[in-house]
Design a binder for this molecule. Structure first.
Ligand SMILES: Cc1ncc(COP(=O)(O)O)c(C=O)c1O
Length: 285
C-alpha cells in the first residue's frame, strides 16, 4: 500500500488542493439539498439517512479519498443545523467566518502540538503573544496580566475555582441562579462546598441579595458573576458586585465566556465596565 499523501511539507498544499475542491463542492451540494436551517424530518430520518450514506462506516475496502469525502461531507452538510442560514436562530453557536475556517485548515495541516516548544516552535510563541494580548484587553492597567488557553468555558471556570482554592483553601462559592452550571460542577469536582446560589428573578445577580449573603457567610468567599448569561446574554452589574466583594473581602471571578468578546467592540465594550476588577475572568472566543 502506498503511503497516503500528507498535508504538510512543501508538497502538502498540492495534495490538499484537489481534496479541498471535493470538500467544497460537497458542502455546497449538501447545503443546497437541505435548503433550510435544519434537515427535513426528525432524528429518526436523519439517523437513517446518515446510516444509509455511511454504512459500513469502517469498511474492509475503502472507496477512495474523493468518493469517501464526497459521500460523508455531503451527508453531514445536508443533515447539519446551519447557523449561517438566515432562518437559523442558534442557541449559542456562531456561523463561522470563511476566514476562520480557512485558518483552521492551516492549523490542521501543521498540527502544532502545544505540549512542548520543540513540537510547535512558532505556535508556542504565538500562543504566548496571544494570551498576553487577550489578558491586556481585560486588565489594561495590570503590570503583567496573563491568560491560559483551555478547552472551553467549563474548564476555565473550574480553573478559576481552583485558583481561588490555591489562594485561600476551601472557598465558599457564591453565584446567582443565572450562572452557568459549570460553576456548581467545578465546586463538586474540586471538593469545595456546594455554591450558595442567589435567586435572580430579573435575570441578573441581585446586589441586595449578594450583600446579605456576604454579610451572613463566613470564611474565604469567591463570588462568581456572569457577563453574558447562557440563556439571555444578560450582564450582571459588574461594578456594583465588585464594590460589594471589595467591601466584604471576597474574591471575584467573572464568567464572561459569552459576553467577553464585547471587549472587541468600540461601541459595546462599556457594557463590560468593571470586568478588570475580577481576580479571574473566563473568556470564550
Ligand atoms: C456563560 C457560560 N459559561 C460557561 C460555558 C461553558 O462553556 P463550554 O461549553 O465551552 O465549556 C457556557 C456555555 O454555554 C456559557 O454560556
Amino acid at each position: 500500500m502506498p503511503t497516503p499523501p500528507l498535508a504538510g511539507g512543501t508538497a502538502g498544499p498540492t495534495h490538499l488542493r484537489p481534496l479541498l475542491d471535493t470538500v467544497l463542492t460537497a458542502l455546497h451540494h449538501g447545503a443546497a439539498r437541505r435548503n433550510g436551517p435544519l434537515p427535513a424530518g426528525g432524528p429518526a430520518t436523519v439517523t437513517q439517512h446518515m446510516h444509509d450514506a455511511t454504512h459500513p462506516l469502517i469498511p474492509d475496502h475503502g472507496t477512495g479519498a474523493h468518493h469517501a469525502l464526497r459521500t460523508l461531507v455531503t451527508a453531514l452538510a445536508e443533515g447539519a443545523a446551519d447557523p449561517a442560514h438566515p432562518h437559523c436562530a442558534a442557541h449559542l453557536h456562531t456561523p463561522p467566518l470563511a476566514l476562520a475556517a480557512a485558518a483552521d485548515l492551516a492549523a490542521s495541516a501543521l498540527n502544532p502540538s502545544m505540549d512542548s516548544w520543540d513540537q510547535a516552535p512558532a505556535a508556542s510563541a504565538l500562543e504566548t503573544t496571544l494570551t498576553t494580548a487577550l489578558a491586556a484587553e481585560i486588565y489594561p492597567h495590570a503590570p503583567r496580566p496573563d491568560a491560559l488557553v483551555t478547552t472551553g468555558g467549563t474548564e476555565a471556570n473550574q480553573l478559576a475555582l481552583l485558583l481561588a482554592r490555591e489562594r485561600h483553601g476551601p472557598v465558599q462559592t457564591v453565584c446567582a441562579a443565572n450562572a452557568h452550571h459549570s460553576i456548581t460542577r467545578a465546586a463538586w469536582l474540586l471538593g469545595l462546598p456546594r455554591p450558595v446560589v442567589l435567586p435572580a428573578p430579573t435575570g441578573v445577580m441581585d446586589p441586595t441579595a449578594l450583600h446579605d449573603a456576604l454579610t451572613r457567610l463566613d470564611g474565604p468567599l469567591l463570588v462568581t458573576a456572569t457577563a453574558g448569561t447562557t440563556d439571555t446574554g444578560d450582564i450582571d452589574p459588574l461594578n456594583h458586585i465588585a464594590d460589594l466583594t471589595t467591601t466584604h473581602g471576597a474574591d471575584l471571578h467573572i464568567d464572561a465566556a459569552y459576553g467577553g468578546p464585547l471587549l472587541f467592540s468600540p461601541t459595546h465594550r462599556t457594557k463590560l465596565a468593571g470586568l478588570h476588577r475580577a481576580h479571574s475572568v473566563t473568556l470564550d472566543l
